[in-house]
Ligand binder design. Structure first.
Ligand code: G3P
Ligand code: CA
Length: 264
C-alpha cells in the first residue's frame, strides 16, 4: 500500500476506492495541540493529514461544537456540561491552557468553523457521533450535526462514525448519499462486511488491539474503508503496516506521516 500524496482526490469516494494509506488526525493533532480545537486542526493540516477526526456536542441553544466529553472539566476551565450552556458562555471558556500554557485563550470551536477551515485546505472530516445521552432528543442532535455539514456542502468529504450503529443506520436511511463508518463494539464478533450489510455503512473503525487479519481482509475485499486508532508511535506503526488498513488514526499526524513516507 502507498500513501495518497495528492489532494486532487478531495472526495471520500475516491479515497475508499483507492485503498492507499492516509493519515487521520485524531481529535485534530491532539498530541501536539489541545484536542478538538482550531490549533489542533491547524497542526493536522500542516502535518499533511488528509482527514481530521472530531467529536461533537450540542450547546444549550443547539449549536454543534467540537468537544469530546459531555462535561467541560477535563479540557476547559469551565464546570458542568456542554449541553447546559449557551454558545456565548462556552465561547468565554479557555480550552487550551489545560494542555499547555502556549495555548491559553484557545476557544471551543463550532463545527461550522472547523468545516470551513478544513474545506479551505481540502482536508476531509470524520465526525464521531456519540451515543445518546440521558433524556436528550437524539434524533434532533443527529439532524443538527448532519444539517451543519450539508449547509457547508461537504457531504462528499465527511465521514460520520459512531459506536452507536443505530445512528448510522438512521443517517443512511434518511440521507443515502452520506458516508458512515461503524466503530467496533467491545465483544462484537461480526466482520466489517456483516456490520455493513446490517447498517449500510461505508467504513469500519477499530482499535489497534482489536485489529485482526480477518477484519482487515474482509474490509479490503468488500471495499469497506477501514481505519484503526490510535497509531501513535513506531511500535504501533510497525504493527499496522502488516495489515491492509488505509486510514491510520493518530494523535501525531506529522510523525506517522513520516513513518508512512519512509516505508514506501
Ligand atoms: O475514531 C475512534 C475514536 O475516536 C473513538 O474513541 O474516545 O477517542 O472518541 P474516542
Ligand atoms: Ca473520537
Amino acid at each position: 500500500m502507498s500513501e495518497i500524496h495528492s489532494k486532487k482526490t478531495y472526495n471520500l469516494r475516491s479515497m475508499i476506492a483507492g485503498k492507499d494509506r492516509f493519515i487521520v488526525a485524531h481529535r485534530g493533532s491532539s498530541g501536539t495541540a489541545p484536542e478538538n480545537t482550531i490549533s489542533a486542526l491547524q497542526h493536522a493540516i500542516e502535518a499533511g493529514a488528509l482527514m481530521v477526526e472530531v467529536d461533537v456536542q450540542l450547546t444549550k441553544d443547539d449549536h454543534v461544537v467540537l468537544m469530546h466529553d459531555p462535561g467541560l472539566g477535563r479540557t476547559t476551565n469551565g464546570k458542568g456540561i456542554v449541553r447546559s450552556m449557551a454558545l456565548d458562555e462556552l465561547k468565554t471558556l479557555d480550552a487550551g491552557s489545560w494542555f499547555n500554557e502556549q495555548f491559553i485563550g484557545e476557544h471551543i470551536p463550532l463545527l461550522s468553523e472547523a468545516l470551513q477551515l478544513l474545506k479551505n485546505h481540502a482536508v476531509c472530516i470524520n465526525i464521531e457521533i456519540k451515543p445518546p445521552q440521558g433524556e436528550d432528543d437524539h434524533i434532533a442532535r443527529l439532524l443538527a450535526i448532519v444539517e451543519t455539514v450539508i449547509a457547508h456542502n461537504m457531504q462528499h468529504v465527511t465521514l460520520f462514525s459512531s459506536f452507536h450503529h443505530e445512528s448510522l443506520r438512521y443517517i443512511k436511511h434518511n440521507y443515502a448519499g452520506l458516508y458512515t463508518a461503524g466503530i467496533h463494539l467491545p465483544g462484537d464478533k461480526r466482520l466489517p462486511s456483516e456490520i455493513a450489510s446490517e447498517i449500510g455503512c461505508d467504513g469500519f473503525v477499530c482499535s489497534l488491539r482489536e485489529l485482526t487479519y480477518a477484519k482487515a481482509q474482509d474490509a479490503t475485499k468488500r471495499d469497506i474503508l477501514m481505519g484503526v486508532y490510535t497509531i501513535n508511535n513506531e511500535s504501533d506503526f510497525r504493527k499496522i503496516i502488516k495489515y491492509p488498513v488505509p486510514a491510520l488514526v493518530t494523535n501525531f499526524p506529522k510523525r506517522i506521516k513520516e513513518y508512512v513516507q519512509q516505508s514506501t
